[in-house]
Design a protein around this ligand. Structure first.
Ligand code: PNW
Length: 552
């Protein structure tokens, strides 16, 4: 228990009445001291607490667990055999130094949201207060309770021979209000998570920001919409780099800026209001992310941080619907406004792709020459969360009419798209296009240090409705996905694409953001009542790819 800490915060009228989604006509500013407890009570209210709230020592994983769960649907796994009998393709291999692992993010797995001095993040408000924001009003209050069960989680992945565990640090644990006073207890917690990884023979990879913005910064200046976040992020990164920079070899600054910037506009009334038009907010966010990332990168280098520093980009392969030149142009705009928005500045020019630049500079957001020089080259490899592939095409009424009409729903990218079926129903549909996708990344952004598929994974349709554990564990469709995805990476490597690592999402079922626990991405089932973990068949399928194809 830490002593009650008081922080000076700026309160405005909008958040004094933050329980409802009404925005106030007038606002006032006061500077006040508030305890962390009172801040929680005002902004979030009561939270659920797990039965287990001290760090648990790992219990050894029983050898009976280390064989795949029995098949329910077809007899392809003879008893005791890990995969269907299948011949090896001798022209494929993962090089010896190819690194692979599993991933998670703080708010999705940790729980213990109020413990040991953690301050609230925007996700505590989104789950507790925002009306209809999260399916079934589920929260991350307890989640997988990994805050206390990490030794068990690490032991379970180590038992399967997993090499890397990629997780994120909770900014509002380190800085309960986002800036100001550091919470030493949080640092000690992550010291032990990191050390526990090494003790188990698993290498930790750290992400500094996986969407859980400290609420204090959202209340103070709308988070990523304001340039002040750059200094605050760099101050946070500095604490992490100084603490773990000589130990941790793999660093990511931010996870998927496209996704979290497009999360703006957040529902109004829960935090400071903004006059930035809803559709423009993502570009303010992106601008500040690029500056924050780049400064953090240079800071890491100047502090002598060992290993690699990059950010996790995301997106999907873009397939032109037809061979028309309009669809080709739409595809290019889609790359520009997705991957290229962050990748062109960081890997190529220090600045946005021309199409994006035209739009962003119309908002008054421009990088100076010095900033461009600072941004360019700030990633030691290309980390891509590569889940999907989609068809793209020009809008029905043509590209030009969209580009000249800011009220067109597709503006400003103006690329129209279609999924075969929605992501929550398993429609990520990526594996066929993975080799082309990875080759595109290599040819377009020419990353030094190669490509890491920093997340990929699959939600089985309707898995959350299953009630029989054996049925849940035999995740045939996800297994097929991992089977195909691994072969797609092998194919890419065989074609000469420099893929150096991959991280499967996710080691356990967890809080899938606005979809709560209704959508499952885990390679382990978690009984959320008992917090017991059970390997699913897909985990064995994933691991097996390395058993068969990685050079010893
Ligand atoms: C990732 N896309 O989000 C996140 O990093 C995870 O936190 C999340 O749980 C996981 O994927 C599964 O959804 C993505 O549209 C969101 O390409 C969107 C895309 C990719 C990843």
């Amino acid at each position: 228990m830490i002593a009650v800490t008081y922080f000076v915060v700026v309160l405005s009228a909008a958040l004094a009445g933050a329980q409802t989604a009404t925005s106030s006509a007038s606002s006032f500013k006061i500077t006040a001291e508030i305890s962390l407890d009172d801040y929680w009570n005002e902004m979030v209210g009561p939270v659920s607490v797990a039965a287990v709230n001290t760090t648990v020592s790992p219990t050894p994983v029983a050898s009976s667990e280390l064989i795949p769960p029995p098949t329910l649907h077809y007899p392809a796994f003879p008893t005791g055999q890990e995969i269907p009998a299948m011949s090896k393709n001798e022209s494929w291999k993962f090089p010896k130094d190819f690194w692979w692992g599993v991933s998670s993010a703080a708010y999705q797995v940790e729980g213990a949201v109020k413990d040991e001095g953690r301050g609230p993040s925007i996700w505590d408000v989104l789950t507790h207060r925002a009306t209809n924001y999260v399916s079934l009003n589920e929260t991350g209050d307890i989640a997988d309770n990994q805050y206390y069960l990490y030794k068990q989680d690490i032991a379970r992945i180590a038992a399967l021979g997993v090499k890397v565990y990629s997780f994120s640090i909770s900014w509002s644990r380190v800085f309960p209000f986002g800036s100001g006073q550091v919470n030493e207890q949080a640092l000690r917690h992550y010291d032990d998570v990191i050390q526990s990884c090494y003790d188990a023979g698993v290498e930790p990879a750290l992400t500094l920001y996986h969407w859980d913005l400290p609420l204090g910064l959202m209340n103070k200046y709308n988070g990523w919409l304001d340039e002040q976040i750059v200094d605050d992020f760099v101050a946070y990164a500095e604490v992490a780099f100084k603490r773990w920079g000589q130990k941790v070899q793999k660093w990511y600054t931010v996870n998927e800026p496209i996704v979290f910037c497009q999360e703006y506009p957040y529902p109004v009334g829960y935090w400071k209001s903004t006059s930035i038009a809803p559709k423009d907010q993502q570009f303010y966010c992106g601008h500040h992310v690029l500056l924050a990332h780049a400064r953090a990168y240079h800071l890491a280098k100047s502090l002598g941080v060992k290993g690699t520093v990059a950010f996790k980009n995301n997106g999907g392969y873009k397939i032109p619907l037809t061979n028309s030149s309009a669809d080709a142009e739409a595809v290019q705009r889609a790359w520009d406004f997705n991957e290229g928005w962050f990748a062109d500045p960081i890997y190529l020019t220090g600045d946005y792709p021309a199409t994006v630049k035209e739009h962003v500079s119309s908002l008054g957001l421009k990088f100076t020459d010095e900033q461009k020089r600072m941004i360019k080259g700030t990633a030691d490899h290309f980390a891509h969360d590569a889940y999907t592939s989609q068809f793209y095409m020009a809008p029905d009424d043509g590209l030009e009419s969209c580009i000249s009409n800011s009220s067109n729903p597709l503006y400003p990218s103006c690329a129209n798209t279609t999924y075969t079926y929605p992501a929550v129903d398993g429609g990520w549909n990526a594996t066929d296009w993975v080799p082309q996708f990875l080759r595109y990344i290599q040819q377009k952004w020419k990353p030094k240090g190669g490509i890491v598929v920093s997340e990929f994974g699959f939600s089985e349709p309707f898995e959350a409705l299953k009630t029989i554990r054996a049925d849940i564990q035999f995740d045939f469709v996800r297994s097929q996905y991992y089977h195909d995805y691994m072969r797609a990476i092998l194919m890419a490597i065989a074609e000469g694409t420099n893929v150096v690592g991959c991280l499967a999402w996710s080691l356990v079922d967890n809080l899938e953001w606005a979809q709560g626990y209704t959508v499952k991405f885990g390679m382990q089932y978690v009984n959320l009542t008992t917090q017991e973990r059970y390997y699913k068949a897909s985990f064995f399928e994933y691991v097996n790819a390395f058993k068969v194809y990685q050079e010893k």
